[in-house]
Design a protein around this ligand. Structure first.
Ligand code: CO8
Length: 257
């Protein structure tokens, strides 16, 4: 499969996707998002891949939705495009997505970052939801995921002013996991993705799904979900292998069964 606006590669068991529209700061047009989700789904179905790494370039992870594509479209046209349906597919990817973000992470770019499960940010990252400056608002989760991540007051300030925050501030608010020098961003994220890709695949996917349930479910329902997931993993071959390997003082050989 060849893509125009992304590049795709693999490194050991990590599927690497790089946004590739550098001239306009990786602005997210419909085709790019479609390509991105297609590539993610391919990695998700590929048993040789254990984690997905999503990145941009040093100047921009992504500076938001492609404003050229939206500027003249009517509300009805945009509604009929149903462009957010493809974003919903992204949130159903079962393997962990690690983001490596530098430079501009704005609007739809910030929403894309928030679709990642773990984020390594460069010291240069500038993160925000500036849609209000265009007279609009986020449409791919910016009001919901940002509020869950940083809390109501900080989200309200960012969304109503359109002001960006630095990587360090994003880290203080728990919006990114780690801040590293720009030259180390990709390699740190890759190292982490490789570590996770070597874990028991079923456990990785079930843990990801169960953690996301914490965003939606009341505590007791989440606990019940967790317990059922726990019992499910007890039935796996990898559980036998993991525990046997511990007892035999050797490294486990997980197969994903
Ligand atoms: N869309 C289209 N083109 C863009 C975008 C964008 N979001 N951002 C930058 N560009 C283009 C510029 O027009 C410019 O093109 P050209 O060279 O042809 O003039 C090129 O990228 C370089 O940009 P600048 O010259 O402006 O570079 P600066 O370093 O001076 O400024 C900024 C960088 C601050 C990032 C500035 O470009 C900017 O403010 N960009 C817009 C940021 C923004 O408002 N993002 C939010 C967009 S709306 C949105 O994301 C809604 C989300 C809804 C859901 C998502 C659905 C997909």
């Amino acid at each position: 499969m060849s893509y125009e606006y992304i590049t795709v590669a693999s490194d050991e068991a990590v599927g690497v996707i790089t946004l590739n529209r550098p001239k306009i700061l990786n602005a997210l047009n419909l085709q790019l998002i479609n390509e991105l989700v297609e590539a993610m789904e391919q990695f998700d179905h590929d048993p040789s891949i254990g984690a997905i790494l999503l990145t941009g370039n040093e100047r921009a992870f992504a500076a938001g939705a492609d404003i050229n594509e939206m500027a003249d479209a009517s509300a009805v046209e945009i509604m009929k495009r149903d462009q957010f349906a493809v974003w919903d597919r992204m949130s159903r990817i079962s393997k962990p997505i690690i983001g490596a973000v530098s430079g501009f992470v704005l609007g739809g770019g910030c929403e894309l970052m928030m679709n990642c499960d773990i984020v390594i940010a460069s010291e240069t990252a500038v993160i925000g939801q500036p849609e209000i400056n265009l007279g609009v608002m986020p449409g791919a989760g910016g009001t919901q995921r940002l509020t869950r991540a940083v809390g109501l007051r900080k989200a309200m300030e960012m969304l109503l002013t359109g002001d960006s925050i630095s990587a360090k501030e994003a880290w203080q608010y728990g919006l990114v996991n780690r801040v590293v020098p720009v030259e180390a961003c990709f390699s740190e994220a890759l190292k982490l993705a490789k570590r996770i890709s070597r874990q028991a695949p079923l456990a990785v996917q079930v843990i990801k799904k169960t953690v996301h349930k914490a965003e939606d479910l009341p505590l007791q329902e989440g606990m019940d979900y967790e317990r059922n997931s726990f019992y499910l993993l007890l039935a796996s071959e990898d559980r036998k292998e993991g525990m046997q390997a511990f007892l035999e003082k050797r490294k486990p050989r997980f197969t994903g069964n």
